[in-house]
Write a protein that binds this ligand. Structure first.
Ligand code: S3P
Length: 162
């Protein structure tokens, strides 16, 4: 499975969709799948708490990784769950790396992303960086000075995958 990870706003869904289309593979957005099955993510956080969301998220990812093969976009916080990091072993994982300020410029204030409104967001961003690095075989900078369009990134990934 080709898996895209990275902080909120990195473009995982947009780039994943383009990449899948280009490679004629099925695309799955884990957040979208969770919302189809369990309702809005913001409501899950509000009514059941983040820990419940993380369990749902990890189960959904397990399900997706079981196949069929394709392109999978994970939510930005999925790597915080140890069993998700473990499950990613052996998959083609790409980290779409974005800087904190660039990420906030793209998605800051979005009420459908409840983690944006939690305290200590910058610390959380920092704490996630080594986790993305741990699971990813490849890193692409999608922010911080040289903004690449989703299409450029898509071509880069497709090219590297041969
Ligand atoms: C989250 C990121 C979101 C979504 C949820 C939690 C996070 O996904 O899974 O709101 O903890 O960073 P995106 O990265 O697609 O916004």
């Amino acid at each position: 499975m080709i898996v895209l990870v990275g902080f909120m706003g990195a473009g995982k869904s947009t780039i994943g969709r383009l990449l899948a289309e280009h490679m004629a593979l099925p695309f799955t957005d884990v957040d979208e799948l969770i919302e189809q099955r369990h309702g809005p993510i913001a409501a899950i956080f509000e009514q059941r708490g983040e820990a419940a969301f993380r369990r749902i998220e990890a189960d959904t990812i397990d399900n997706c990784l079981a196949g069929p093969d394709g392109v999978l976009a994970l939510g930005g916080g999925a790597v915080e769950t140890p069993r998700v990091r473990q499950a990613l072993t052996g998959h083609e994982v790409w980290w779409l790396r974005i800087g904190f300020d660039d990420a906030l410029a793209r998605v800051g204030g979005d009420p459908s992303r409840p983690v944006l409104a939690t305290p200590g967001l910058r610390d959380r961003f920092e704490a996630r960086q080594p986790l993305y690095a741990e699971v990813a075989a490849h890193v692409l900078d999608v922010g911080n000075g040289y903004r690449q369009t989703a299409d450029t990134v898509r071509r880069l990934i497709a090219g590297r995958l041969g």
